[in-house]
Design a protein around this ligand. Structure first.
Ligand code: SF4
Ligand code: SF4
Length: 104
């Protein structure tokens, strides 16, 4: 068993949310089709239509308390970047480090 697998087992997105509150530039759209984008409720889409709407660095579709209990209100239709961020990968570690510091 590798270290990466061990780390993955310890990461629980539903008690984290760090990557959803890392940067307003992160939940941007990329290769989504028009149909996929249409399924995301407009209230959560940025004014420039280029990504998710954030308040400060936090995606407005994230509900709950960071580091305790969170859910994505658009989980079934979330952008590609949200689907590709995996627990324990480089982006995940970077986001957790920023939010939780040494405890990440
Ligand atoms: S930072 Fe990592 S553990 Fe936290 S929600 Fe994102 S993918 Fe999951
Ligand atoms: S759409 Fe959902 S998964 Fe993506 S950043 Fe926002 S809250 Fe997180």
């Amino acid at each position: 068993m590798t270290d990466a697998v061990l780390v993955n087992q310890d990461f629980d997105c539903q008690t984290c949310g760090a990557c959803c509150a890392y940067s307003a530039e992160w939940p941007r759209f990329s290769l989504e089709t028009e149909e996929e984008l249409d399924r995301i409720p407009a209230d959560y889409v940025a004014a420039d239509l280029g990504g998710m709407r954030c308040e400060n660095d936090r995606c407005t579709a994230l509900e709950g308390i960071l580091g305790r209990s969170v859910t994505c209100k658009v989980y079934a239709v979330r952008p590609i970047v949200c689907r590709t961020c995996m627990p324990g990968d480089d982006e995940c570690l970077m986001a957790r480090q920023r939010l939780f510091g040494a405890a990440a």
